[in-house]
Design a protein around this ligand. Sequence first.
Ligand SMILES: [Zn+2]
Length: 88
Amino acid sequence: MDDPLMLDANAVAGDLAEMFGFDVSGSVHRCTNCGNQGAVATLLAYVHGPGTVLRCCICHEIVMRWVRTPTRIYLDARGAAYMEMGLS
Ligand SMILES: [Zn+2]
């Protein structure tokens, strides 16, 4: 990875599991900007700002971002055209 501030989405698997209630790392997303489809784990994570940002690994547009407060998580997922999650 060229950018020292960038991690793979596995670094934020705990936050994602807390929001969705299960591990979504292997769930498929589609980037609204470029149409790339892939596992959430392939997104590029930026965790050093006041919030967390997941960017598309192809076009680098924002797919998801969230910020935590002591009592809430505010999630913006408009960069994901859809997410496909398996049911157990
Ligand atoms: Zn994209």
